[in-house]
Design a binder for this molecule. Sequence first.
Ligand code: GLN
Length: 242
Amino acid sequence: MTPAPVLRVCALYPELMNIYADRGNIAVLRARCEWRGLGFELSASSIGDKVDPAAHDLFYLGGGQDRDQVAVAHDMVATKRASLHQAADRGAMVLAVCGGYQLLGHSYQLGAEELPGIGLVDLRTVREEGPRLIGNCAIEADLGGGSRVIAGFENHGGRTYLGTAASPLGRVLTGHGNNGSDGSEGVRARNVIGTYLHGPLLPKNVWLADRLIELALDLELEPLDDAMEEAAHRSARRAAGL
Ligand code: GLN
């Protein structure tokens, strides 16, 4: 009998980048694998740790406060940039939420300082006049198989602008998205996904969790009985005004 596939997840800076119940996202990935008899392995990599680009199928980077982002930004560039590029080049998934998403780009402006990003996707995050972009948000995204709704909550001071080499994860239906002006939300390039939506993200959108697992392991998942999960999704959509 061939052994069941195993989803190998690496949580990046889990003790620093976790302000939006980001552990809930990992718990959903674990549950959705285990309920189907797939294996699940979780490891972590934090300040000063190297990352083996071949050892993980999915890298997760959560939300962070400005203060924690400073340390993380510098460490990612110094110890993980090359490995994360290699991992993405071989098709590994990278899911980054909010503060983590900002650090995937070229730079993140924080007051007078410009923090370096790892340049995994073509985008920059700047500050502009105006309030923080806060509230429930819903977007439409196509990760294969047609457009679906991702619903969540956003809370960011930074405004993100995609470069010409990047495509948004989705189109804003309600809420602010990347910058409150161009109708784009998040980024997707190969299997690298960044988004401002949290709340947390995956418990409210289990279809997205399943799609990430499929892309990471290159397989098709059987459906589960998702009555409760669908109710959570509907409630997040309603909160966002859909
Ligand atoms: N500190 C970043 C900002 O305000 C991101 C915060 C977050 O992860 N919500 O733009």
